[in-house]
Write a protein that binds this ligand. Structure first.
Ligand SMILES: [Zn+2]
Length: 167
């Protein structure tokens, strides 16, 4: 979501985000809860803004964890946590990179990491090179890339994997 407070601001990164949300700098998690409650008014949710290290107690009780994390290092840490607690992890990720002609390329993945099966290192997704270079690559498309549509595609795939896992 854009962080501009201009009246011209258009929320470009979050489904259900509004210009009023942008102006009020409303947290994405709050917007998500509002959208879910429109569909399921009685839903139970736990909305928290924390670093992964502070969430261990809450996360350890999960049946499945789905992450859409901006950092490869944080992904590595969340996957390691899931492995320690025998929790399946579904990772969604996307990157936008600028090509030499000035246009952008979008890359994305949905990965299921199940304890006892290959991890994201074994799959070749997390490598020492990627972990070392991520700080240089992230944000190459600028501060306001248009990512809502590829994120929606990736999230739909992840939800499909989750449904397959729990049914
Ligand atoms: Zn492995």
């Amino acid at each position: 979501m854009r962080t501009s407070t201009s009246s011209q601001a258009i929320p470009n990164r979050l489904i259900n985000g509004t210009n009023a949300d942008v102006r009020k700098r409303r947290a994405k998690t709050k917007i998500a809860v509002r959208a879910i409650r429109r569909l399921q008014p009685d839903c139970k949710h736990h909305r928290a803004l924390w670093e992964v290290e502070d969430a261990c107690v809450d996360l350890a009780g999960c049946d499945v964890i789905m992450g859409a994390i901006d950092s490869f290092c944080a992904r590595r840490d969340v996957e390691a946590f899931c492995r320690r607690h025998l929790i399946p992890y579904i990772d969604i990720g996307m990157d936008v990179q600028q090509k030499s002609d000035g246009k952008h390329q979008i890359f994305g993945q949905v990965i299921t990491s199940i304890p006892g099966e290959p991890c994201m290192h074994c799959m070749g997704f997390l490598t020492e090179t990627v972990l070392g270079l991520e700080a240089q690559k992230y944000g190459a498309a600028g501060g306001q890339p248009q990512v809502v549509w590829p994120n929606g595609i990736l999230a739909s795939g992840a939800v499909g994997l989750l449904v397959d896992m729990i049914i």
